[in-house]
Design a protein around this ligand. Sequence first.
Ligand code: NAI
Ligand code: MG
Length: 487
Amino acid sequence: MSGKTESVSRGRCLIGGRWVAPASGETLPVICPSDGRVFAEIASGGPADIDAAVAAARRAFEKGAWGRLPAFERGRLLMRLSAAILDHVEELAEIESRDTGKPLSQGRADIRACARYFEYYGGAADKLHGDTIPFLEGYTAASFWEPHGVTAHIIPWNYPAQIFGRSIGAALAAGNACVLKPAEDACLSLLRIAELMQEIGFPEGALNIVPGPGEEAGAALAAHPGIDFISFTGSPETGTAIQAAAARNHIGCTLELGGKSPQILFADADLEAALPVVVAAIVQNAGQTCSAGSRVLIEKTVYEEVTARLAARFRELVAGPHDRDLDLGPLISRRQMERVRGYLGEARERGIPVLAEGRLAADLPPGGYYVPPVLLGPVPASERLACEEVFGPVLACLPFADEAEALALANATPYGLVAGVWTADGSRQLRLAHGIRAGQVFVNGYGAGGGIELPFGGVGRSGHGREKGFAGLYEFVKLKTVVWNHG
Ligand code: NAI
Ligand code: MG
């Protein structure tokens, strides 16, 4: 890894095609969550760097080579980037895994997903067709999709490469020039991918990156009068600030703010198929996934059997350092570890039974941010654990009596991102798919984080707007109507 820490992007911002030191001259330490040690540094960017990045993006969009590139050429560049990412899977997976603490095989899957986003949106770049519209006699009317211009992207640390791919891939495919403020807790993989973009020959200023603290670089970007749209993924609290900033500049935004997504298990479900998926959906990335399946609603007649079988699986789970590639890694930071422990401490104080706990690997490096997976239940629906996002490997079990109660519980949080419905009854599948308040419903399956092609996003506290799929692409364009009066 030591060679990689020397790469040109370390401690720098990407502005107008050049890697430059931030105006402050300062850096932020990059910590490996597996041992709590500093192993690299990133730029500590601020408002002056954001100003420069927005100006560079504007130039690229209005006067630069990027803005003049035909759609199919943009698509080709994106697909070339996808291939380059795949050529560097091992290097990038190692970076991602060390930076976030996630097991190496999850890092690898994330890098492959990132490549897939660039491939998908690369292929879509020249397929944003407009419409002709039947109108009055003597007129021809048509609508065209146009890029917003300069798009701002503020993304979190849980899936740096994947969220980079889905957000930047779509925005560039649509023809925007981008300014990205990645998360201070993890962004090395996307900095390395930006180096690859430079090597491939992306025109200068198409993508600009200013790493730095959220309250400084992030807030300056969200409030900047030179941006035309904001794409944000992160906490509801920051999402509120982002939307307020967008409102002051009269621009749009998409907010993807996480969830408290339920998996609903009916007695007639194929438990053999369901239970491994239920476990994986909370263990993946140590539960730090916006779409983690963090609640499991279980029909009462099978509650004892299901919780016993889930408990048996939980006891087998092992958390440890990213490079040992176990079931799960550490949490991202001391702060997140303390937050998750806070929820667990409160649950114990309030008498919520712990049904099972996983293990920590032997010989853990001291200083890592480890929390073993925990299964709790029954969790009363009014408890914080039943309705707040923990963002850790913590699964809450809630029994229900019938379909009506299952639906009421599923919809009983302020969130609405994803849900899983497990039942053999086809009519019930459809009733619940329609009744559940969420952006995605999986029937007899669950996809935490997967599905590049599948529109994804929330309602309520989970945010608004859609990412992934073609819907994600359409967020990055606006419609212009043109009317000809030709008599
Ligand atoms: P956060 O929302 O503060 O951070 C996300 C991004 O926003 C980062 O790039 C950060 O630098 C930036 N940011 C922070 N404050 C900002 C501001 N005032 N203006 C502009 N940008 C700002 O989330 P954080 O603090 O890392 O995590 C807290 C909780 O948020 C987690 O425990 C989890 O529940 C939730 N979360 C949800 C995510 C999701 O995938 N939907 C991802 C990360 C966190
Ligand atoms: Mg924060």
